[in-house]
Structure formats: structure tokens, C-alpha cells
Write a protein that binds this ligand. Structure first.
Ligand code: XUL
Length: 530
């Protein structure tokens, strides 16, 4: 029996999962979360974020992340009940885009940590900047504009790096640091992502950045999986020397350093490159082959899936990241998710059961009645001025509005993911609203695909543990197919499948074109009104 550890260093806390794999069985043997605000209060974060005067700025404490890792390793060693000697490999997932700034003392300090002194006490002097900008930061609009200009425009940057410039991406954050604190930037000899920083703590040496998380920086050539000199030059001087190497997602960063073996009795297990939370979730939801996508129906609705080739979203709203399985993944976010469904439900005075009954009582295609459900400013497509648009739809007709909002959401997701060039065969539905089979029926009909409900808890963390398993086998010379890696850990809920009705799918094929035209009209009116 072998044990693999997966961590998830997320915005609000650090989670660890241990999976056991043997010929006879595979299961999650241990799982624990430390919450930064509750369990590490001395850092003063709220939900893992440091207080700021400027609402656009969001930073956190890399020292806190390190202390959480130290605490969690101690918990695994003393409270998990697992046989430490069976641990073969460790990997992790980090909140994407966040960056950690280290001075020239860092590599020496990490390589010579004393097992008798807590980690945080030893590394407090290795940071050239004590806080880390994280993905919730949106204070870099001017840096995004400057980088875009220098690289030759939005399309050029998206084609080169997989995404247009986004405020939270690491490149614009680095440029802002260089512009606002040039002395701090020049004191910085290494810039890590959250993922590669955490892996470096475990290995006691610089861990590589892998293509999954590297593609959230606006710095990596998405096709070549190498640093893109044009993007580096557009960001800050001397940047390449400050970045760790790019390596494959299954790169071994080294054995667990003597700090961990000496302090807690861990074996010298392989430390595998950590990736971002979304790329790890791709594995943790079993999206390891083309034709499967996942749709999470939550506060926002998110669609993500595996792609063989690095296609680019022509509207530049979706992201393309490297997939930790090789190949690529898309990530497309639709802001008007649960909120829009709830607004319509409340306006019609319905319960969720009533909402379902309304879906069942109305015909597929809604007799051509349409809604653009932009209750809030929308990410995909980009809508800065919120507003709900109705076509042939009486706002007072509750059941028709229920069908219109769900059809709109599903058609928008199908239309705005077509650029992936993936023939969708199966959709894994997750998130709160995925429990509603009538919503899933509309999803199946619009996409013309089977929909399975997937119960995922900690998919990023589980994905990290599965990546450790895969990389360890690979290092031993066994290239285990990804399907076999995830089998038994990631399975849809038995009996949850919803199949598409071909007649309905045909109706939606036409209606999707009408929806796209209505959307384009509304967008051009909004743009000309600005
Ligand atoms: C993805 C993104 C978030 C973070 C934090 O682009 O910004 O999903 O990875 O979870």
C-alpha cells in the first residue's frame, strides 16, 4: 500500500488529503483543513486576506502560509494515524496568480533549515516583500494596459500567453511592484507563485513552476511552455533571472528536505511540482480526457474542461491554462449564476420545488421567448452595465421566466465555450444547483450531451494527491494512464445521469443562434451607449 499527500493552499485555508492506493482498494485516508482567520489569528487576516484601505488591493501573508504548512505536517505526523513510512510522494495546489517575493538569503536558508526550530521563525527574513498579492487583487489596470501595449495588443498577448492581461495575473502584479517599489524589486532575487513557493518549502530548494499555474501569469508562452521573452520584457527588467525554471507538471522538485524528516519523522518522499487550484481540480474532477467538461453551478457558474490544443477564446474572456495532465484546459466564468436563478425564483414567488415544476411545465425552447440574464455586470460576455433584457417574454409570467433564465445560462455556456473546439460528450455537473435534475435536463438538451452529477469536496486537494500518485509512478518508470489514476476516487453519483432529448437539442441548435444574435445586438447597443 502506498500513501500520497495532497495539499491545497487556498485563499481561506490550507487543506491536506492523504490517499491510500493498493491493489485491492483506494480511498481517502485523512483530510483536515486549517482556517487562516480562525487557526492563525496572529496574522490578522479576514478570510485569509490582509486588511487594506484600497478595496482594489488584496494581499495575504506568505509567512502565514508557511506556518500553516508546518502545523499541518505536524498534524499529519501525530494525529492522522497514517503510517508515515508509506508516504511516497507529495504535491499540492495553490490559489492561482498569487506571488511571493524572496531576497538573496532565501535559497541558503531553505536548504539549511534546523528541524528543532519552527519553520516560520527561521524564514521570516527571506522575504523582500512581506505580503503577497493574490488573485482577488484588481489594482493593476494601468499595468495591464502597459503590458498589452508593449506586447502588441490584446490578441497578441492572448495568443502568446493564453489570456489577455488580467489585473489579478502575476505579470501585471510584478510590474506594479517594480513601478511602485523599485528598491524592493531590486532586492528580490526570486519570485515564486504560491504553488512553487510551497513546494520549495517542502523540498528545501527552488521548485519549478509548471505549465498549469505558469499560464496564469501572462508571462509563459502557452504553446511552447517556456517563458515568453516578449512578455517578460513588457513586464519588468531582469525578470527571467528572478523566476524559477518552468518544468513539467510531474517534475520532481526533490526529496522532502531534512527539516521535515528530522522534525516530524517523514520519509524522504518525492516532492512533486505544485500546480494551481483550477488545474488540480481538472484532475480532481476526473476531466482527464477530451470530450468531458465540468460545469459548476454556484454563485458564479464556471465551465472548465480539457483540450488537446491551446485554442484561444476570440472574445478573450475565457482562460486557457496548461493542463497538469499535459495538453490544455479552459476556464470560463459566468457571473450571473445562482443569483440570477434566485432573483427569478423570488420574483415568481416560488420555492426551488416550484422552480422545478415551472421547468417541467414549460416547453423546451420556451416558444422562442428569450432573456439575457445580466442582473449583475457579466464576465462572459463582458457586460459592464448590468440589465436584464427580455424578448417576447412577459416579466409577470413566472414559469416562462424560470425557463428563460435557465435556457439563457445554458445557451450562453454552450455558445461561449464553442471556441474550445471540443465535441462535448459528457458533462460533470457540480455545485449547489446541480442537485436540481430539471436544470440538468436543460443543460443536457442544450449541449446535446449526457450530464452526470459529481459530488466534489476539495477537488483541488484531491487532484493534487492524484498528481503525486501519477508523478511517483512515472518516476518509477510506470506511465499509468490518467483514467486509471482517478478511477475509484472520482466517480459520478450512481444513477444521477440525465440524457439529452434529441428533439430538444435540435430546437436549441436553432435557438442558440438567435440567442447569440440577441446578445450581440444588446452588447453593441451597450457599447455605443458608453
Ligand atoms: C482563477 C482564479 C481563482 C483562483 C483562486 O483564475 O483567479 O480561481 O485560482 O481560487
Amino acid at each position: 500500500m502506498s500513501i500520497y499527500l495532497g495539499f491545497d493552499s487556498s485563499t481561506q485555508g490550507l487543506t491536506a488529503i492523504a490517499i491510500e492506493v493498493s491493489r485491492a482498494s483506494r480511498h481517502v485516508a485523512f483530510q483536515r483543513t486549517l482556517n487562516y482567520e480562525r487557526d492563525l489569528p496572529r496574522y490578522g487576516t479576514a478570510n485569509g486576506v490582509l486588511p487594506q484601505a484600497d478595496p482594489l488591493v488584496a494581499t495575504s501573508s506568505p509567512l502565514m502560509w508557511a506556518e500553516a504548512l508546518d502545523r499541518m505536517m505536524g498534524i499529519i505526523a501525530t494525529e492522522s494515524g497514517i503510517d508515515l513510512s508509506r508516504i511516497r510522494a507529495i504535491s499540492g495546489s495553490g490559489q492561482q496568480h498569487g506571488s511571493v517575493y524572496l531576497n538573496s538569503s532565501a535559497s541558503g536558508v531553505l536548504a539549511a533549515l534546523d528541524p528543532h526550530t519552527p519553520l516560520a521563525d527561521q524564514i521570516s527574513g527571506v522575504f523582500s516583500r512581506s505580503d503577497s498579492p493574490i488573485w482577488m487583487d484588481s489594482s493593476t489596470a494601468s499595468q495591464c494596459a502597459a503590458i498589452t501595449r508593449a506586447v502588441g495588443g490584446t490578441r497578441a498577448l492572448a495568443e502568446l500567453t493564453g489570456s489577455r492581461a488580467f489585473e489579478r495575473f502575476t505579470g501585471p502584479q510584478i510590474r506594479k511592484y517594480f513601478e511602485t517599489d523599485p528598491a524592493g524589486y531590486s532586492r528580490t532575487s526570486r519570485i515564486h507563485l504560491v504553488s512553487s513557493f510551497m513546494a520549495s518549502l517542502l523540498a528545501g530548494a527552488d521548485a519549478p513552476i509548471e505549465p498549469g499555474d505558469g499560464s496564469g501569469m501572462n508571462l509563459m508562452d502557452i504553446a511552447a511552455r517556456k517563458w515568453a521573452p516578449r512578455a517578460l520584457d513588457a513586464t519588468a527588467p531582469g525578470l527571467e533571472a528572478r523566476l524559477p525554471a518552468l518544468g513539467p507538471s510531474w517534475a520532481v522538485a526533490g526529496p522532502l528536505s531534512p527539516y521535515w524528516t528530522g522534525r516530524y519523522g517523514f520519509p524522504a518522499a518525492r516532492v512533486i511540482a505544485w500546480s494551481g487550484d483550477n488545474p488540480c481540480s481538472l484532475v480532481g474532477t476526473g476531466l482527464v480526457s477530451q470530450g468531458r467538461i465540468a460545469i459548476s453551478l454556484g454563485t458564479s457558474d464556471t465551465l472548465f474542461g480539457f483540450m488537446r490544443e491551446p485554442a484561444i477564446d476570440p472574445s478573450f474572456t475565457g482562460h486557457v491554462f496548461g493542463a497538469p495532465t499535459g495538453g490544455y484546459m479552459s476556464l470560463i466564468c459566468f457571473k450571473n449564476g445562482s443569483l440570477a436563478r434566485e432573483r427569478i425564483r423570488d420574483a415568481a414567488g416560488l420555492t426551488w420545488d416550484g422552480f422545478s415544476r415551472a421547468l417541467r411545465a414549460t416547453p423546451a425552447g420556451n416558444g422562442g421567448r428569450l432573456m439575457l440574464p445580466w442582473f449583475d455586470a457579466e464576465i462572459t460576455p463582458e457586460v459592464l452595465q448590468p440589465g436584464v433584457h427580455r424578448f417576447g417574454l412577459d416579466p409577470a409570467d413566472g414559469p416562462a421566466n424560470v425557463r428563460a433564465v435557465v435556457e439563457a445560462q445554458m445557451m450562453a455556456m454552450a455558445n461561449h465555450s464553442a471556441w474550445m473546439g471540443v465535441k462535448v460528450d459528457t458533462i460533470y455537473a457540480t455545485g449547489g444547483a446541480s442537485r436540481n435534475r430539471d436544470i440538468l435536463q436543460v443543460m443536457a438538451d442544450v449541449f446535446g450531451a449526457k450530464v452526470d452529477q459529481l459530488e466534489v469536496g476539495n477537488s483541488a486537494c484531491l487532484g493534487a494527491a492524484l498528481r503525486a500518485y501519477h508523478a511517483d509512478e512515472l518516476a518509477e518508470g510506470h506511465n499509468v494512464p490518467w483514467e486509471d489514476i482517478v478511477a475509484g476516487f472520482v466517480e459520478p453519483i450512481a444513477g444521477s445521469r440525465v440524457s439529452p432529448n434529441p428533439e430538444h437539442t435540435e430546437i436549441y441548435q436553432n435557438l442558440r443562434r438567435v440567442y447569440a444574435a440577441r446578445e450581440a445586438e444588446a452588447l453593441s447597443t451597450l457599447t455605443s451607449a458608453l
